[in-house]
Design a protein around this ligand. Sequence first.
Ligand code: SF4
Ligand code: SF4
Length: 142
Amino acid sequence: MSNDSQPWYAEGLQFSCTRCGNCCGGAPGYCWVSEDEIVALAQRLGMSVEAFRTRYTRHIKGRGISLQEKRNYDCVFFERGRGCSVYEDRPRQCRTWPFWQPNLASREDWQEASAGCPGMDQGERHDVGTIIAIASDDGLPR
Ligand code: SF4
Ligand code: SF4
């Protein structure tokens, strides 16, 4: 927070996804899923919740449940050239990027995150109230 108690992004932040796919693969990471999201994804794929858990998720000790990655570190649901194969039911953290609390902690954190996301700092400007609302439920484990 700055001295006047406004967050550093009081003027809002720009973001428009270019659909480059960087955030869905290419490097090790986590895509956190809640219980409700697991149920929705299992239903979408016509699987039982337990079968979905076994095939598509991994338990990260002390943190939560993440989707699996392919051998090349792409998200298990990312299809190169097509994008997310479960887009309408993608987890919350995929919907709230880049307005995640860790990215908003400081201007430096935001800039660091933007190095891998060409959609940040360009395109649509999001106002501070919208950003705070999104970040308050960003889908990351706490
Ligand atoms: S890295 Fe950024 S611009 Fe690229 S697909 Fe992800 S959110 Fe969109
Ligand atoms: S669920 Fe979809 S949007 Fe989320 S990381 Fe995987 S491919 Fe990307």
